[in-house]
Design a protein around this ligand. Sequence first.
Ligand code: SAH
Length: 221
Amino acid sequence: MNDRYVGQRRALLGTMQERGIRDLNVLRAFDTVHRHEFIPEAVRHRSYEDAPVPIGFGQTASQPSLQALYMQVLELKPSDRVLEIGTGCGFQTAVLAQLADRVYSVERIRELGVRAREKLDALRMSNVAILVGDGTIGWSRYAPYDAILVAAGGPEIPRPLLEQMADGGRMLIPVGGRDMQQLVLVTRRGDDYEQRPVTDCTFVPLLGRFGWSTEAPPGQR
Ligand code: SAH
């Protein structure tokens, strides 16, 4: 395929390394999957900036180095079963599909879920399942998960997600206010859930039963 973005992609990989991404499997997966194939045409020229990019419906594709940090901190293994909350444009989903055995991804906005499915089908990524629905209740059908990545920020950690972690499983989730959160690493050992802050971050709101209310906050109606 004609790949006029190869230079920009290599530059992005360099930026990601400068920003602390060392895991070679993660870097290789970000080289293999082409972000511009997932980013809407109007902003496609920004696909290889290390920045969030708008994907419609008021949502953004997350910053690549932050997505890579998630994968590096979670130490994904080729045998892992992974749950992703917030499919968005599907780029991170596709990267995860390179690093794990199976990826289950939940998106609440139907159009985004459908579009991501089409892109992943076109790339013949058959180890990914997408569900349109409320990811704050997880996806119990395929639980337990070795790793859970939440790509939107909530006021607290949804209980169903804790319950759907495998023993020894890891989860990364932004927790805090609507405008700023702390990325928290949760590691499950039996009935113990060890929590460790990783970094400050800013994500779009996690909306749903165990997240923020889907009603607009006062003043935004
Ligand atoms: N990884 C995606 C991130 C998209 S932004 C990407 O890089 O494209 C976060 C996404 O989470 C948005 O698409 C938003 O619609 C979705 N989201 C928010 N709350 C959700 C919920 N309760 N369940 C599933 N998806 C949710």
